[in-house]
Design a protein around this ligand. Structure first.
Ligand code: CIZ
Ligand code: SF4
Length: 289
């Protein structure tokens, strides 16, 4: 009997998505990870996601087939930066996007995803919010709340989503006149301004099933097109830019997964104290959702 379950993120290579037991965004994958019953869980995604799986299901061994697959946005923030921001804004709550290390989550008050960021921020008593690590998601939240949102670090971003320009969108619209534009809140505000729909990848997947648009320009990592095409085969999906490819996600290959299954390694280790702190902040989010 199979003693492993493969969970894959929406952004990994199509052939990796095809071999997975489940494909989803980081929240969907964390929820699935909790329910895994096999001894091993193979995580096809970047480091912080594998770490989250290990945190939510400590009874299982989580294998990350390529430990160098690290989220460039998550790597830019450290617990020290958050502790310094807390000194600068002693009355603020710290809301941390799920794209962050367990060590950063552990010094946060609450976690959020791109799907629930506004709801999480509005659920807090504090009027000031330190938001880490994505300034674009922070700005999106700021536009949808009365609270003061302070991005930490000031210039934190996902290099993939941040690279998308309004010109890219205009170029695609010139090729596909009348197409609908859907973008992730990790894109810059100017891009969000020209979109018909802004949402997380799971929200995009739901939206694509119900919209009347036939052609959809997709402003998120290109791996998402695999899932969208599979779930909504009647629609045409166009990448907003060919540059929207996350090199770290693409480091996860079929060969590395097969080698990791044979070796039953490398297993993700999280310091128990950090894991406990991160779990507390995560559970606070789940109580809000
Ligand atoms: O940009 C990412 O890595 C996203 C959107 C991850 C996720 O699934 O939340
Ligand atoms: Fe990180 Fe951006 Fe890659 Fe997502 S797409 S894993 S946020 S670098």
């Amino acid at each position: 009997m199979k003693d492993f379950t493969i969970l894959a993120h929406n952004y990994v290579r199509p052939e990796v998505q095809a071999m997975a037991d489940f494909v989803g965004d980081s929240l969907e994958l964390a929820q699935k990870a909790k329910l895994v019953t096999t001894e091993y869980l193979i995580f096809a995604g970047v480091d912080f996601m594998a770490e989250m799986a290990a945190i939510v299901n400590p009874s299982k061994k989580v294998i990350h087939p390529e430990p160098f697959s690290m989220c460039a946005m998550a790597s830019r923030v450290t617990p020290e930066m958050i502790l310094a921001a807390r000194k600068d804004y002693p009355k603020a709550a710290v809301v941390t996007y799920v794209n962050s290390s367990a060590a950063v989550k552990a010094v946060s008050d609450i976690i959020c995803t791109s799907a629930n960021a506004v709801k999480v921020v509005n659920s807090l008593e504090e009027k000031q919010i330190i938001f880490t690590p994505d300034r674009n998601l922070a700005l999106y939240v700021a536009r949808n709340t009365d609270k003061q949102v302070i991005p930490v670090p000031a210039l934190g971003c996902c290099p993939v989503h941040h690279s998308l320009t309004v010109q890219d969108i205009q170029d695609r619209l010139a090729e596909y006149p009348g197409a609908e534009v859907i973008v992730h809140p990790e894109t810059i505000p100017e891009v969000q301004d020209v979109a018909n729909f802004i949402g997380s990848t799971s929200a995009m997947a739901r939206h694509a099933k119900t919209t009347t648009a036939k052609v959809i320009i997709v402003g998120t990592e290109v791996g998402m097109l695999t899932r969208l095409k599979k779930e909504s085969p009647d629609k045409i999906f166009v990448a907003a830019s060919p540059l929207l490819s996350c090199a770290d996600m693409k480091m996860i290959t079929v060969e590395k997964i097969e080698a990791a299954i044979r070796a039953k390694a490398p297993i993700v280790q999280v310091d128990p104290v950090i894991a406990e702190g991160a779990r507390r902040a995560l559970e606070r989010m789940l109580a809000v959702s």
